[in-house]
Ligand binder design. Structure first.
Ligand code: PEP
Length: 253
């Protein structure tokens, strides 16, 4: 049985003060809730304070980062390294988010290097994959995602694969209010699991969590989470309000 993971991607929202307020509200709403793992991914500027606060509160909410640079140190102005994240208590790192692929032009080989760098530091990548609307309408959704999995996970060793987290995030559903139907999301998540099984072996992949992301809200979370191959959610907009995010977590627990 896989424990579902619900991760909040705060994107470029929340000042440090606002981040601290959000996480303290969230920690109290989620206190004592079992059967689900929860992570928050604040902007880099708030990781230290959010980490300290979660520790002080004795919260089980895990800390995630939204990005990383795939080198441990060096002359890379403006970038953040895996050891820097690890030292703050970061457990999960979002890699390959479509906003970075589409807006910042990140390619699969760079994403693959980030996956490797995150694993090397003992953290867990949340690898985002997904198709555009044009690709879906042209019947190319499965092929697009298969290509991303093959390329982005090319440097992962067999024995590391069981700890991976993959998030299926159809680009047309992110921040748009349009959600994939539970059946469509299930179809893709099941395809992702089968592809991972072909790459890493059936038994290794049993424990891999495959999340869904794309306009997950309190009112659609339960039907998505009820699908057998949806092991949680990566939540953007709805993770910015403690009550909404807590309702999604409850739906997954
Ligand atoms: C995301 O940014 O990963 C995401 C799924 O955003 P939203 O929930 O706002 O669609």
């Amino acid at each position: 049985m896989r424990t579902p993971l619900v991760a909040g991607n705060w994107k470029m929202y929340k000042t440090n003060q606002e981040a601290v307020e959000l996480v303290s509200g969230l920690a109290s709403l989620l206190k004592g809730l079992g059967g689900v793992e929860v992570a928050v991914c604040p902007p880099f500027t708030s990781l230290a304070d959010v980490s300290r606060l979660l520790e002080e509160l004795g919260s089980s909410v895990a800390l995630g980062a939204q990005n990383v640079y795939p080198r441990s140190e060096g002359a890379f102005t403006g970038e953040i390294s895996p050891p820097m994240l690890k030292a703050l208590g970061v457990k999960y790192v979002i890699v390959g988010h479509s906003e970075r692929r589409e807006i910042l032009g990140e390619k699969d080989d760079f994403v693959a290097a980030k996956v490797r760098a995150v694993l090397d530091e003992g953290m867990t990548p949340i690898l985002c994959v997904g198709e555009t609307l044009e690709e879906r309408e042209a019947g190319g959704a499965l092929g697009k995602v298969e290509g991303q999995l093959d390329a982005d996970l090319a440097n992962v060793k067999l024995e590391e694969a069981s700890a991976l987290v993959v998030a299926y995030e159809p680009i047309w559903a992110i921040g748009t209010g349009k959600t994939a139907t539970p059946a469509d999301a299930q179809e893709m998540n099941s395809f992702i699991r089968r592809r991972l099984a072909a790459m890493f072996g059936e038994s290794t992949v049993e424990s891999v969590r495959v999340l869904y992301g794309g306009s997950v809200k309190p009112d659609n979370a339960a039907e998505l989470m009820a699908m057998p191959d949806i092991d949680g959610a990566l939540v953007g907009g709805a993770s910015l309000k403690a009550e909404d995010f807590a309702a999604i977590v409850r739906a997954a627990s």
